[in-house]
Design a protein around this ligand. Structure first.
Ligand code: HEM
Length: 407
């Protein structure tokens, strides 16, 4: 499943033959563990920086120190039109400020902090907690659930709707669009969902122009960069990014964390007994199961790892690998929530584009664990079952069937 992007027949002339390695980021669905293992195995087997002909042909980089080097040069390794789906409709979706480069990037990113900054996020805590309690109450007596469908998908969608001050009664529409855009399997199949979401956002922006409030879209519409107000078209694209970046990522994070706890009853119990350990567990599990690979476009010839990369090349930075790079960790990459002197978390990326929603993501994950562990009895995977995983720019779990002893 390569998202409809053809493989190149041969590598560009500047790619040294010893840097060629056959790797498809968009492999077929596989049992859980497969996508992470496939990527982690690259370290040692493949060169630290290699070129694959798959998916239109691109460089791929796995080591933390090389990814830090890429991220420290945002003008050379551009975020503009950098998607691996660059020649498809979805690849052309604008997502400012994620697809902007310095200097315009930072001025726009700072505007997001008007509602994604830690102080604003803390104000959402009570509402988010109520949403989680409702979701748990809906499944508790059943003695089990497909966690992805019952909790991991609805929680971030409802949280996001609540932050945007959208009517929660339209939840089914939003969840359908979010899933359709991200998981349709091909850019063309995603398009109708994307168009419906854009229609909604457009009408919401028109409404906020007439009736401004204190919601994120109103705040953006009232903002200026360089003395000029943001245009409604730019606000639409920024809202796009929030929709695309803030829903599925949290769904995936919730799923991997819960899967790990279902397989490790001793850690589950430790967190139940010691909720103060939850934040450290969240960061360690996000590290171990880091699931985002980020693309960049080379904007001027540059040498990386001793190899010449040419203007116009694409490069994908594997955060799942960098996050589990034992050379950078200085120790084993296995889960250890008591890890000392760990390098900073790279699952949210590093450098100017590192996740602007990290505070919200961590809050959602913490509230989930606090409420889930205090209400749901010890849980495990159902018998004879391995969840299925998809690879790609986001490694996701398709399902996660849990069981517990109901009263
Ligand atoms: C566990 C959950 C999440 C993970 C692992 C995650 C991961 C990432 C990563 C790796 C990037 C960097 C992309 C790049 O360098 O091109 C990023 C950027 C971003 N994320 Fe997240 N994200 C999560 C949740 C969220 C949430 C909840 C929001 C907000 C609703 C959000 C909003 C953003 C934004 C606005 C950017 C662009 C930042 C910029 O370019 O300056 N993310 N995220």
């Amino acid at each position: 499943m390569s998202m409809g992007i053809k493989a190149r027949k041969r590598a560009p002339a500047h790619v040294p033959p010893e840097r060629l390695y056959d790797f498809d980021l968009f492999g077929d669905p596989m049992p859980f563990g497969g996508a992470h293992k496939m990527n982690h195995d690259l370290i040692g087997k493949a060169p630290d920086l290699f070129y694959t002909l798959r998916d239109g042909g691109h460089w791929m980089v796995t080591r933390r120190k090389l990814i830090e080097e890429v991220m420290a040069q945002p003008n050379t390794f551009s975020s503009h039109a950098a998607s691996p789906h660059f020649d498809t409709v979805i690849g052309r979706i604008k997502t400012p400020p994620q697809d902007m480069d310095p200097p315009e990037h930072m001025a726009h990113r700072l505007l997001l902090m008007k509602f994604l900054g830690p102080k604003h996020i803390r104000a959402l805590e009570g509402r988010i907690r109520r949403l989680m309690v409702e979701l748990i109450d809906a499944v508790l007596a059943d003695g089990g659930c497909d966690f992805v469908a019952a909790v991991a998908v609805p929680f971030p969608v409802k949280t996001f709707m609540s932050m945007m001050q959208w009517d929660l009664s339209r939840y089914a529409d939003f969840a359908g669009w979010a899933q359709g855009i991200i998981h349709s399997g091909s850019p063309m199949r995603s398009l109708p969902y994307f168009i419906r979401m854009r229609w909604f956002l457009k009408s919401w922006i028109r409404d906020r122009q007439r009736n401004p409030g204190d919601d994120p879209v109103s705040l953006l519409l009232a903002s200026e960069v360089g003395g000029k107000k943001l245009t409604p078209a730019l606000v639409l694209d920024m809202a796009n990014l929030l929709f695309l970046g803030g829903l599925d990522t949290v769904t995936i994070g919730l799923s991997f964390i819960t899967l790990h706890l279902a397989q490790h009853p001793e850690l589950q119990q430790r967190l139940r007994d010691n909720p103060g350990d939850i934040p450290a567990a969240i960061d360690e599990l996000l590290r171990r199961y880091a699931f985002v690979s980020v693309p960049r476009r080379v904007d001027q010839d540059v040498t990386l790892d001793g190899v010449l990369l040419k203007k116009g090349d694409y490069i994908v930075c594997s955060l799942p690998d960098a996050s589990n790079d034992e050379e950078a960790l200085g120790t084993s990459a296995e889960v250890d929530i008591d890890r000392r002197n760990a390098p900073s978390l790279i699952a949210f990326n590093t450098g100017p584009h590192s996740c602007a929603g990290a505070a919200l993501a961590r809050l959602e994950l913490r509230i989930f664990l606090e409420e889930w562990l205090s209400r749901v009895p010890p849980f495990r995977l159902i018998d004879n079952y391995t969840p299925r995983q998809v690879s790609g720019a986001l490694f996701a779990l398709k399902d996660l069937k849990l069981a517990w002893q109901a009263d």
